[in-house]
Design a protein around this ligand. Structure first.
Ligand code: SF4
Length: 490
């Protein structure tokens, strides 16, 4: 927890970016009240604020992270949950909040919302429901009550709105509460309760939007709307979610509707999948299981391979050519057997086979933090279509390795070393064309010296199905010998 500064200051200033005031909210808007409750809850929670992140999408309430002295992510329309999911899964230690309006969260981002609740991803969603799209001028939205007026329902809304509480209950959220901005202490209490609850927690706060919704529905000011909320609210103890539908003229039922136990996404995954997951590579006539790296590897590198530089390698071709496996073996050789660091990513087209496919590996003696690069040091190309696509990545000093049976490398700019190998024919001579990628692996090992020969062989053996080691090693040797000859000749 960050210490409070000693100078005289507003009690909430420790978390509010006062330099960004005045804020953009209209007079009488309820978002500020929710923000205050949120800050009060955080300060009371004693959470480590360096491990709190707030995500939002687009809309008036999505401006909230910008006023907080916390890690904040103002993302694209409807995508706050998708973004927050990545954040939480990549760093499970974070407490992740989402501030979102009803339109952004339930219409544009509706699919993300229901699936995050179903998966029970540990995030705390604060949904500011003002019954309309406020920021864009007051259009009808997925929570606009029946018969309510908006700029696009001037005769009254005729679409049945979502009952958000009921929806979240049905999708599996573990904590669901509803309040209005006239109940700031309850909002704060619910945020504190949600923090105690691992899993998907949803707090709906009905707030006034006098500018765009209130004035079209005979409530011109924030005070008119707040009075309306207070008159209509009925707070119940554990109310039934089906009672939460909002209708003009009827009570607004508030309270904690759902408070239940269910394993959250990460715990469920650890429990059920961690030791059983299998990786498949699609090659030749079908899929092949790739053996996993043993959990407690005895293969600790005896001699760490010295590297002169950081090496960025791009491999590209078509799905089914085994490029994923090629990248995996290079990465395993570099890390497990040469004792260096590597970061590996893959990219596929929509087709499993025959579509564009590429992978990228960065190998370094030091930890690699960023998975992307613009200019590869080595570009391995296995198909003509991939050459056309990635030719633009070539630059002086870069090494281009091609399967010369399938790629005709024309118009190569100056300063690029091109190494070709008839990998397909060599593989066919051995009896199986699908090992062309392994021939390329041997060739790459000899040409570049980025991974050691021993490491490449060990990584190859651990990455192929049992019983095929001899055959694959033969393919590797062919490529390696061919590469040694080429290197001497150049
Ligand atoms: S348009 Fe509505 S929701 Fe947006 S800031 Fe103004 S009052 Fe608030």
């Amino acid at each position: 927890m960050r210490p409070l500064e000693k100078k005289q200051m507003h009690p909430l200033e420790v978390l509010i970016r006062t330099e960004r005031m005045p804020h953009i909210f209209c007079p009488g808007c309820g978002i500020g009240t929710v923000l205050t409750s949120f800050v009060e809850a955080l300060l009371e929670s004693e959470l480590d604020l360096d491990k709190v992140a707030v995500c939002s999408g687009i809309g008036c309430s999505s401006r909230v992270p910008g006023y907080l002295k916390l890690d904040g992510f103002h993302t694209t329309h409807g995508r706050s949950i998708a973004f927050a999911t990545g954040l939480k899964l990549a760093n499970p230690d974070l407490t992740v909040f989402i501030f979102a309006g009803d339109g952004d969260l339930v219409a544009i981002g509706g699919n993300h919302l229901i699936h995050a609740a179903r998966r029970n991803i540990d995030m705390k969603v604060i949904c500011i429901n003002n019954f309309n799209y406020g920021m864009t001028g007051g259009q009808v939205g997925p929570t606009t009550p029946l018969k309510a007026k908006s700029t696009t329902s001037v005769y009254g809304n005729f679409e049945e709105p979502f009952n958000l509480v009921h929806l979240m209950w049905a999708c599996g959220a573990v904590y669901v509460a509803r309040w209005t901005s006239a109940h700031p202490h309850y909002i704060k209490r619910s945020i504190l309760e949600a923090l105690e609850k691992p899993g998907f927690c949803f707090i709906e706060v009905i707030t006034p939007c006098p500018t765009n919704w209130g004035r079209r529905n005979k409530m011109r000011t924030g005070i008119d709307m707040t009075k309306f909320f207070l008159e209509r609210t009925v707070i119940k103890l554990h109310p039934d979610p089906s009672e939460a539908q909002i209708e003009m003229g009827n009570p607004i039922v508030c309270g904690v509707f759902v408070d239940r136990e269910r394993p959250d996404f990460i715990s469920a995954m650890k429990e059920q999948v961690a030791d059983k997951v299998k990786i498949y590579e699609f090659r030749g006539d079908g899929r092949v299981e790739i053996p996993q790296v043993p959990k407690k590897s005895v293969l600790t590198p005896s001699t760490k391979k010295k590297l002169k530089d950081i090496y960025k390698i791009k491999i590209a071709g078509l799905g089914g050519q085994g490029m994923g496996l090629l990248g995996l073996i290079i990465g395993r050789a570099a890390t497990i057997f040469d004792g260096n660091e590597a970061l590996y990513t893959q990219e596929y087209g929509p087709e499993a086979r025959g579509g564009a496919s590429s992978s990228a590996i960065i190998i370094s003696e030091k930890k690699v933090d960023v998975p992307y690069f613009a200019k590869p040091d080595v570009l391995i190309i296995m198909a003509q279509a991939a050459f056309r696509k990635y030719k633009k990545l070539l630059h002086p000093g870069c090494i281009l390795i091609i399967n010369s049976d399938l790629v005709k490398a024309k118009d190569i700019p100056e300063g690029i070393k091109v190494y070709g190998i008839p990998a397909s024919r060599m593989a066919e001579k051995l009896g199986r064309s699908i090992v062309a990628n392994i021939v390329i692996l041997g060739f790459f090992t000899a040409i570049t010296d980025i991974i050691s020969l021993e490491a490449a062989k060990e990584a190859l053996k651990m990455s192929i199905p049992k019983g095929t080691e001899e055959f694959n090693l033969k393919a590797f040797e062919k490529g390696y010998e061919y590469g040694k000859g080429k290197k001497t000749n150049t």
